[in-house]
Design a protein around this ligand. Structure first.
Ligand code: SF4
Length: 250
């Protein structure tokens, strides 16, 4: 890592990348609402198999923004709705070039009705700032499932399959230039195949014709700060692919 990268990471609270061995555990592990399982773990357990991709001719696919928001608001199509306070649709610029997709709402998101608030949200905001972006400005943020899973567990394959048409329609309406999948669940749900997060990083994928890159979920980075360097690489890759200007931007 060069001095310029280090300075950017430090300024945006993505630094230090290494944690002292004698650091108190409480100082290293921040309390976060939704904490994905170990990101490098094989997806054979979470989810247990490829998530079924929804049909483009689903009735949901034809809804406009207003109808889609209402549909999600009223949705009780899977068991997650029974245990959450409200659905969390997504937030941001509805014509954004950048779409960031996480796993599902945690406790803070469930209470506020907005994705990525709380500690993980603050880190996501820092990650956005690192590539000169900010929430709501050419950025849209959404999750794979719109309702909080109980005890912040990973959404189950049937829940993902049921909810995914909403995100698919959001993508069709936004028409982003790049999707950034935050964490293993988002990545494997969108790509429809089992893989470790590590094997999916560093490559330009495609979803519904939109370029897609994979990086770590901010909640995981809060627990594993040593991985921030890799997340920074992913952000640089994203920026390179969307604007081809990474070398002149920092
Ligand atoms: Fe509906 Fe999605 Fe909520 Fe399930 S998670 S009830 S499919 S909005």
């Amino acid at each position: 890592m060069n001095i310029r990268d280090e300075a950017v990471l430090r300024e945006l609270n993505l630094y230090p990348l290494w944690v002292r061995r004698d650091a108190p555990v409480a100082a290293v592990i921040a309390p976060v609402a939704a904490v994905p399982v170990e990101e490098e773990q094989a997806v054979s357990v979470v989810p247990s198999g490829p998530v079924q991709q929804s049909s483009a001719d689903s009735p949901i696919a034809s809804l406009d923004w207003s109808a889609l928001k209402q549909k999600v608001h009223d949705c009780t199509a899977c068991k997650l709705r029974a245990g959450c306070t409200q659905t969390v649709f997504g937030v941001g610029d509805e014509q954004a070039d950048w779409l960031f997709v996480g796993e599902g709402p945690g406790a803070d998101e469930d209470a506020r009705g907005e994705p990525f608030v709380g500690q993980a949200g603050k880190l996501l905001d820092n990650m956005l700032a690192a590539i000169k972006l900010k929430r709501g400005d050419n950025v849209y943020i959404a999750n794979i499932v719109k309702c909080r899973p109980p005890d912040n567990r990973t959404p189950e394959p049937d829940e993902i399959t049921t909810c995914l048409p909403y995100l698919q329609n959001q993508i069709a309406l936004i028409k982003p230039k790049l999707i950034v999948a935050l964490g293993k669940t988002a990545a494997t749900s969108l790509l429809g195949r089992d893989a470790t997060l590590g094997s999916l990083r560093g490559t330009l994928h495609e979803y519904q014709g939109v370029p897609l890159i994979v990086t770590y979920h901010p909640a995981y980075l809060l627990r594993s700060p040593a991985e921030k360097a890799k997340a920074w690489q992913d952000l640089r890759l994203a920026l390179h692919h969307i604007s081809n200007r990474v070398d002149s931007s920092f």
